[in-house]
Design a protein. Sequence first.
Length: 63
Amino acid sequence: MRDDLNDWERKEELSHLIDSSDPRTVISRKIDEIREETIYILEKLPSSRATEVLSLLFSYIST
């Protein structure tokens, strides 16, 4: 989750996810969140560092 959320916002976000009846919807939303946060972070990094981070991320995912 994003660091800029306070505890109340985190609880609201989690309760929204828990209230969903379809687990695929929950997973899909979470993947979208992670994708958006990853893009946001990568845009802030120098390109060489972003490449390194993506490489580490892909190697982690593939294990």
